[in-house]
Design a binder for this molecule. Structure first.
Ligand code: SF4
Ligand code: SF4
Length: 532
């Protein structure tokens, strides 16, 4: 039995309002380095770590936090509403994967929100100002700040809890405000701020410069050419192309993401798409979402800027999670309106993507599903016969924007063996991978494995019932973190993008006979595995 299954289900003793957190190895993320804070112009750059006794907060940290709360209570009606309307019915309590995996009561969404709500009551309500603790209020102390840091970085902002709240309280938004407040006094994590600083400088998380970007893309184009026997070139910064394609940078520097990139390139070649990549909008992901509303806006601006500079008609986006949450929920008002672009129309099928009329940006799964629906692609699903496939709905694309049917439609056309996980673990009720919102660091591995436990458990179920050996998804963070999660809890289940399987199945005009998949592994061996 995995060691992490041994959890202590009884609540801790003592008053929950006394904050005491232990920054134990494996359950927290390292702080952001001074260099990244300076680069982004954030306050209080210094070297410190969460396990230090002295966090070197600014002398007036309390005033900064309370002023910040006041600003946000005035600015975001949702924040004030969420502070006021919770009736503590506990419908959300057991819906959080971190609570399920850790049994820590403060990981119940209602309790996570209460960490900040208790301070709200004390300083921003009349009864709290008069009766303090008796009215459920709590003094703001340095220990409360440490507790906020601990628990707001044990929430992946996945919004599963909000699906079950009868009042529609979105604890993810409360976490976002909590993190934003912590930022005001220089408390952030490195896994978020370093990619954000890199993005600000070069356009992508790793800080890859334009020539490095071109090398990576050329390498992928060569490999796609070799697999298909067809000349495949990928335009970069091509002015006047019809479509700008934006993807998460992991697609060109990580695996298994890279095979998804090969799938896109083969698809675009087959349909003769007039598109371009941008060497600056070389990252769809946006770690600003995990920092502050302002940072999210700063980092996202490059997508419209590059679309304008290159003179494209509309934008197509690749397989990513939080990139789509930002685009779908905020982009058109935050960085738009993008009046210089046209409402997206597929040049192959003529379909007008009315849902993207405002953002002018279409998800690759919508685009591909539409091509298949109109009979524009020749597919051989038997090429994926070695796989028994299931699909993990990424929180951001499923709950954040409602893409539920398109990936399933594609998967059912490109493979012969597809099995759903149990109903209460997919679609709107999907369980998070446990590593989203910037928590995918190695030092945080124990908490990631705990948080990912409910997802892994559902995969284990379909593995045992149907022999599932491949978990597909459409999110760069999922592709990076699910393999480790599968190894720990399930075993024998690989991870792939939807467009990797599409690339395997795509029968391309004039292409050479294929006997390997996009990973260079034999197609036939798989068949034997499934039918054995
Ligand atoms: S379900 Fe909603 S109202 Fe009920 S405790 Fe949770 S946040 Fe509060
Ligand atoms: S948003 Fe997700 S991680 Fe955060 S409290 Fe809700 S269920 Fe838990």
């Amino acid at each position: 039995m995995p060691e992490l299954l041994q959890i202590e289900p009884s609540p801790p003793k003592g008053d929950w309002r006394n904050p005491k957190v232990e920054f134990r190895k494996g359950v927290f993320c390292y702080s952001a380095g001074a260099k990244s804070l300076k680069y982004l112009g954030l306050p209080n750059p210094r070297e410190w770590q969460p396990f230090d006794a002295d966090w070197k907060l600014p002398p007036d940290w309390k005033r900064i936090i309370l002023d910040g709360m006041k600003d946000r209570l005035n600015k975001y009606r949702s924040f004030r509403l969420f502070m006021d309307i919770c009736v503590r019915c506990a419908a959300c309590a057991d819906k959080c994967h971190f609570y399920v995996g850790s049994s820590d009561p403060k990981n119940m969404p209602v309790m996570r929100a209460e960490l900040i709500r208790s301070v709200y009551r004390r300083y921003f309500t009349l009864t709290g100002r008069i009766f303090r603790g008796l009215a459920g209020g709590r003094e703001l102390t340095e220990d409360v700040i440490k507790e906020w840091f601990y628990y707001f970085y044990q929430c992946t902002e996945c919004r599963r809890c909000s699906v079950f709240c009868p009042y529609g309280i979105d604890t993810a938004e409360i976490t976002m405000i909590g993190r934003e407040l912590l930022n005001l006094i220089g408390c952030n994590i490195n896994w978020v701020l370093e990619p954000a600083a890199n993005c600000f400088r070069t356009g992508n998380h790793l800080g890859i410069q334009p020539h490095g970007f071109k090398d990576s893309i050329d390498f992928a184009a060569d490999e796609a050419s070799e697999i298909t026997g067809l000349p495949i070139e990928v335009p970069i910064n091509k002015k006047g192309a019809e479509i700008l394609f934006v993807m998460p940078s992991a697609d060109y520097f990580g695996t298994p993401h890279y095979y998804t990139l090969l799938g896109y390139l083969m698809l675009f070649k087959e349909i003769g798409l007039d598109y371009t990549l941008s060497a600056y909008a070389s990252e769809g992901g946006n770690f600003g979402l995990f920092t502050s509303h302002e940072m999210m806006k700063r980092l996202n601006a490059k997508i419209y800027d590059e679309a304008k500079r290159l003179g494209v008609k509309w934008i197509l986006g690749g397989e990513c999670g939080h990139m789509w949450r930002v685009l779908h929920q905020y982009m058109s008002t935050m960085n738009g309106p993008a009046d210089f672009l046209e409402p997206p129309v597929s040049p192959i099928t003529g379909t007008r993507f009315e849902n993207a009329r405002s953002t002018k940006m279409v998800h690759i799964a919508e685009f591909t599903a539409d091509l298949i629906h109109h009979g524009k692609l020749k597919l051989d699903p038997s090429r994926n016969d070695k796989f028994k496939v299931t699909y993990h709905d990424s929180c951001n694309t499923a709950r954040g924007m409602g893409i539920l049917e398109e990936p399933r439609y594609i998967l059912n056309k490109v493979c012969n063996y597809f099995y759903e996980m149990p109903e209460n673990t997919i679609r709107e009720q999907t369980f998070c991978c446990g590593s989203g919102s910037g928590l995918g660091t190695d030092e945080n591995l124990e908490m990631r494995l705990r948080g990912g436990f409910p997802r892994a458990n559902a995969v284990k179920y379909v593995k045992e019932k149907h022999g599932v050996n491949l978990l597909t998804c459409m999110c760069a963070i999922d592709k990076a973190t699910l393999p480790g999660l599968m190894d720990y809890w399930v075993g024998g289940v690989d991870v792939a993008g939807v467009h990797e399987l599409l690339g395997n199945a795509l029968v391309m005009t004039g292409a050479k006979e294929r006997d390997t998949d996009l990973r260079g592994e034999p197609l036939a061996a798989a068949e034997e595995a499934v039918h054995a």
